[in-house]
Design a binder for this molecule. Structure first.
Ligand code: HEC
Length: 147
């Protein structure tokens, strides 16, 4: 059941994460700062090695999904920049509601007011920097073309 739900969530992010942003938001970011912020803000759930929480595809008894990995075994690289940014800034519940999925019981908090937009981009750039080039290219191909 948890798996089916995750597939649905993944699809929603894939189909709906298309604000007018090109790949350059992730270029020329401070990866050292991004890693430091990742460790303090994200690692408690997503893991210091970006490994996620155990059995992350299965929702708990409360219906909340564990935090998925941000390494290539997860699905972060399937999503366009804007979708990742919105999910981080707004949190899972609000980001999904904005895509028409209401009342999703998300375990992903929103970081608006905690992290600046630049902080969020730096963290996402750090996450992407850990992937092999093939996955970085695939992720970049999810973004709308440069104008
Ligand atoms: C309290 C635990 C928690 C913290 C802290 C947390 N997350 Fe999450 N995150 C989750 C959970 C749980 C999900 C799974 C989806 C859901 O339930 O909404 C998730 C999903 C995501 C997703 C969408 C799935 C994916 O892989 O693309 C992104 C992006 C994300 N988190 C980024 C971050 C970033 C960046 C930080 C740090 C700034 C962070 N998260 C901190 C719990 C957390």
């Amino acid at each position: 059941m948890g798996c089916g739900r995750m597939r649905h969530l993944t699809m929603v992010l894939l189909l709906c994460g298309t604000a007018a942003n090109a790949d350059h938001e992730l270029e020329n970011r401070d990866l050292t700062a991004g890693r430091a912020l990742y460790v303090t803000q994200c690692a408690s759930c997503h893991g210091v090695q970006l490994e996620g929480q155990p059995d992350w595809r299965a929702a708990g008894a409360d219906g909340v999904l564990p935090a998925p990995p941000h390494d290539v075994s997860g699905h972060t690289w399937h999503h366009a920049n804007a979708a990742l940014f919105d999910y981080t800034k707004q949190g899972g519940r609000a980001a999904l509601a904005a895509m028409g999925v209401v009342d999703f019981n998300s375990g992903m908090p929103g970081f608006e007011g905690v992290l600046s937009d630049d902080d969020i981009w730096s963290i996402l750039a750090y996450i992407r920097s850990t992937w092999p080039e093939t996955k970085r290219d695939l992720q970049a191909s999810r973004n709308p073309k440069h104008k």
